[in-house]
Write a protein that binds this ligand. Structure first.
Ligand code: ADP
Ligand code: ASP
Ligand code: MG
Length: 440
């Protein structure tokens, strides 16, 4: 049954200045079902501009090192004041500014500082739309260990939302059991939007950004990539996890719970239909085969060799246990008969490189072990791959024809994705080669 509720999240560039706020209001007012709105903090107005969130992190860093935050904090206030002025609304945030500055100087914390970007933008947007302001710190909850508490959040938030005809709920943050503010990771307003959509049992979660939907490749790497009209949650999760930056990689979990589709839309081109992210679809693209490509640099491979490895019981477990004991998580495990490879983020390995190596050596006594950096991973994702023969061959051939060496291959058993590893220097070229092999 339709709930007649639409939840909308607007990203930082969609709310970067007064002109963008006006576009947002037009979008919200164009449909009376658009009743819950999640704003990000003001983003970049032009290339080279600074996001308010980054300015707030800077305030925190300066304050914690005992410096003077006057100059940088007044730049934050200027951003909001120019929006208020540009909109011509009757709103004075000076008391809020004083309180926030005082709290930052009195160690309210890094997350508190960052969260004020969304908080202040939420107050302005609520006033401009004449919607209720709902502070997520009371309803979006984290456990003591910092992970998100989805169940209590859903109970608290769904009860609260029912009390409001409409509402603006700032993105990105909630609170810990002791009341301190906690944020999601960067880009986390996408997650707040999804949490609100689930709690409201919305018909749809509209995620408004600065591109007309999910593109089949990163537009900064491939020229003018084809747009995606339909994509499943699982395909999206693979692509966003592998770096397709449009939507936060964890944003699908709350809506997936309730089977609510996400529609990615462009605030600057509201007439475009964008991308529909759905639980599943019968729409298969037999022509293109792949739905999208995404990738990331910054991986390392640990290669462990030992004769007769595969008859040694518990070998893999011991290696993974050594990794776990260092507090690391692994990405892939492409392995042979006498070799086992583990792919991890270089940034994480750097915290314990020698210790990790020694731990693995002590635990499994390998014939050799090496850690090589400089790996980029590229994921080729598509639900239609199950139905098309020879997709892997086409991927490998396209890369080989560009004279690029493939350093690793991992095909998911779900036949939804193929992941290859190449040298970081070949990342862009390999992405283009694969893209053009499938998208003519
Ligand atoms: P917002 O501030 O609205 O949350 P983001 O900057 O987080 O927006 O995400 C939108 C950006 O993601 C686009 O401007 C684009 O540069 C980038 N991007 C990366 N990969 C893709 C992709 N596959 N499709 C569309 N955009 C992508
Ligand atoms: N403002 C936060 C960030 O810049 C959260 C978001 O935009 O989603 O990461
Ligand atoms: Mg974003």
């Amino acid at each position: 049954m339709d709930s007649n509720i639409k939840v909308l999240k607007f990203g930082g560039s969609s709310l970067a200045d007064a002109e963008q706020f006006r576009k947002v209001k037009n979008i919200v007012m164009a449909d009376e079902r658009r009743i819950y709105v999640i704003p990000s903090a003001p983003g970049k107005r032009f290339s080279g501009d600074t996001k308010v969130t980054d300015m707030l992190y800077e305030c925190y860093n300066v304050a914690e090192s005992g410096g003077d935050i006057d100059e940088i904090f007044s730049k934050v206030c200027d951003r909001y004041n120019s929006i208020i002025e540009g909109l011509g609304i009757d709103l004075d945030l000076s008391l809020e500014y004083q309180h926030i500055k005082w709290a930052i100087l009195h160690h309210a914390g890094r997350d508190y500082a960052a969260s004020r970007g969304e908080y202040l933008n939420g107050i302005i947007l609520a006033k401009f739309l004449d919607y209720d302001f709902i502070d997520p710190s009371t309803y979006i909850k984290f456990f003591d260990n910092g992970t998100f508490d989805s169940e209590i959040t859903n109970t608290l938030l769904s009860t609260e939302l029912k009390k409001h005809k409409n509402g603006v709920i700032p993105g990105f943050y909630g609170s810990m059991p002791n009341g301190t503010i906690r944020t999601f990771s960067r880009g986390g307003s996408d997650i707040t939007g999804s949490i609100v959509a689930r709690a409201a049992l919305a018909d749809i979660y509209e995620n408004w950004t600065d591109v007309s939907g999910f593109l089949s490749a990163d537009p900064r790497i491939v020229d003018n990539p084809k747009g995606i009209s339909f994509i499943t949650y699982r395909e999206l999760r693979e692509l966003s996890y592998m770096g397709a930056g449009v939507l936060h990689e964890d944003a699908i979990f709350p809506v997936r719970f309730a089977g609510i589709p996400i529609n990615i839309r462009n605030t600057n081109a509201p007439e475009d239909t964008g991308t529909m992210i759905v639980p599943c679809t019968d729409v298969f693209d037999s022509e293109t085969v792949i739905t999208g490509i995404a990738g990331k640099k910054g991986f390392s491979v640990i290669t462990i060799e030992k004769a007769m490895m595969n008859s040694e019981k518990g070998f893999g477990r011991k290696v993974l246990e050594a990794i776990e004991k260092e507090g690391l998580s692994f990405e892939h495990l492409p392995s042979g008969i006498d070799t086992m490879c583990v792919v991890l983020h270089t940034e994480e390995i750097n915290t314990c490189r020698d210790r990790l190596k020694n731990r693995i050596c002590a635990s499994v006594e390998p014939d050799s072990i090496s850690i090589e950096d400089g790996l980029a991973l590229i994921a080729v994702v598509g639900r239609s791959m199950v139905k098309a023969k020879g997709t892997a061959v086409r991927v490998f051939k396209a890369v080989a024809d560009s004279e690029i060496n493939i350093r690793m291959i991992d095909q998911g058993s779900s036949e939804l994705n193929i992941i290859i590893g190449v040298d970081e220097k070949d990342f862009e070229k390999a992405t283009n080669a694969i893209y053009h092999e499938f998208v003519k």
